[in-house]
Design a protein around this ligand. Structure first.
Ligand SMILES: *Cc1c(COP(=O)(O)O)cnc(C)c1O
Length: 355
């Protein structure tokens, strides 16, 4: 605390990301990073951009990330005016709070969801109401029918991993024609249906995606929003009032190259999905209740072992999982899908601890 702090800083409760342990070989299953490296084409693109002497780094990058947005637009069958690029989807979401969700009425999101949402709401002074997930941690779209300032939800949801079918997303869009509906698709490539194809039909839809999870580029910080050009223009106006160059040169070429290697992307996702399904049944064998996941993590609870104690016992073995000290979910662990060897190490450790 300091007398130099602004009022708003005194009142903030910042988001706390999962630990990045300073160990040589941790089994790191706590921040939903991809266990596989990005496509080799990403490395080639970065090397090409750097050249012999890195002289390109003298110059500012393209402030509009035009080549990247063009490639991603083509990938999704969109026009470039329907694509916004930002420094990670967290930044894209932050701009959406300021550009699209700040109105008189409170916005709505689930009670159990990405814990960054209430942080942005506080930062930007956006009122919100949380809608309780049902006992199975499913979203009931009927909760979002009354008029509100906007709807925000991840699909699949985090940290539960549960996906909503596209038909239910469409119910949300129809029920809220006068409010933005933001679908955060950080994990969509691991088993949910993207709402991207609904963009032409619904001017109130904004779809947010990231290269951090399915494209193995969390370290590069590249995220997107897709929607009606008017929504994209709102985000661009905020961006250009905040940071003209949110994406550096290397991030732009790296992300673009990842969209040029569809085979690598599909193989990586398939491996993660296969490991997730195997881990789910192994955890069930150990007595865990596992929420059906369409993401690159599972959300699991043991009926007779305290979640915080389990997380601490795993950490003692240098295995990191995520535990949230939050209402309704403080007995759950969120476990990111690692390589088969990492999943095996987790299962071996849990078998010992639970026995
Ligand atoms: C990981 C995650 C993000 C943020 O991703 P970045 O692009 O790395 O900022 C956004 N939303 C959800 C639900 C996430 O889990």
């Amino acid at each position: 605390m300091s007398r130099f702090w602004s009022d708003i800083v005194h009142r903030l409760t910042p988001y706390v990301p999962g630990e990045q342990p300073a160990l040589a070989h941790p089994v790191k299953l706590n921040t939903n990073e991809n266990p596989y490296p990005p496509s080799p084409r990403v490395l080639e693109a970065i090397r090409r951009e750097l050249g012999e002497d890195g002289a390109s780094l003298r110059k500012y990058p393209d402030p509009t990330a035009r080549a990247l947005r063009e490639a991603v637009a083509k990938h999704h069958g969109l026009r470039i005016e329907q694509v916004f690029a930002g420094n990670g989807s967290d930044e894209v979401l932050a701009h959406a709070f300021q550009a699209l969700l700040k109105h008189d009425r409170p916005i709505r999101f689930p009670d159990i969801t990405y814990s960054f949402y209430p942080v942005y709401a506080q930062l930007y002074g956006v009122e919100y109401e949380t809608m309780p997930l049902n006992a199975d941690f499913a979203i009931d779209v009927d909760d979002y029918r009354a008029p509100c300032g906007g709807v925000l939800l991840p699909n699949p949801n985090a940290p539960t991993g549960r996906a909503l079918p596209l038909s239910e997303i469409e119910v949300l869009l129809k029920a809220n024609p006068d409010a933005p509906v933001i679908v955060d698709e950080a994990y969509v490539d691991f088993g949910a249906e993207s709402a991207v194809n609904l963009i032409d039909a619904y001017p109130n839809l904004l779809v947010v995606q990231t290269t951090s999870k399915a494209r193995s580029l969390a370290g590069m910080r590249v995220g997107f929003a897709f929607g009606d050009p008017a929504l994209i223009e709102a985000l661009t106006r905020v961006k250009d009032s905040f940071n003209s160059y949110p994406l550096d040169r290397l991030a732009q070429v790296a992300a673009l190259a990842s969209y040029e290697d569809q085979a690598w992307f599909e193989e990586t996702c398939a491996k993660v999905i296969a490991s997730r399904d195997k881990l789910t049944s192994q955890l069930q064998t150990l007595g865990f209740d596992v929420v059906p996941s369409a993401a690159n993590f599972v959300f699991a609870k043991h009926p007779s072992h305290d979640a915080a104690t389990l997380a601490a016992a795993l950490k003692a073995k240098e295995i990191f999982v995520r535990h949230f000290k939050l209402p309704r979910i403080d007995q759950h662990l969120r476990i990111s899908i690692g390589t088969p060897a990492e999943c095996d190490a987790l299962v071996a450790a849990l078998t010992e601890i639970v026995a």
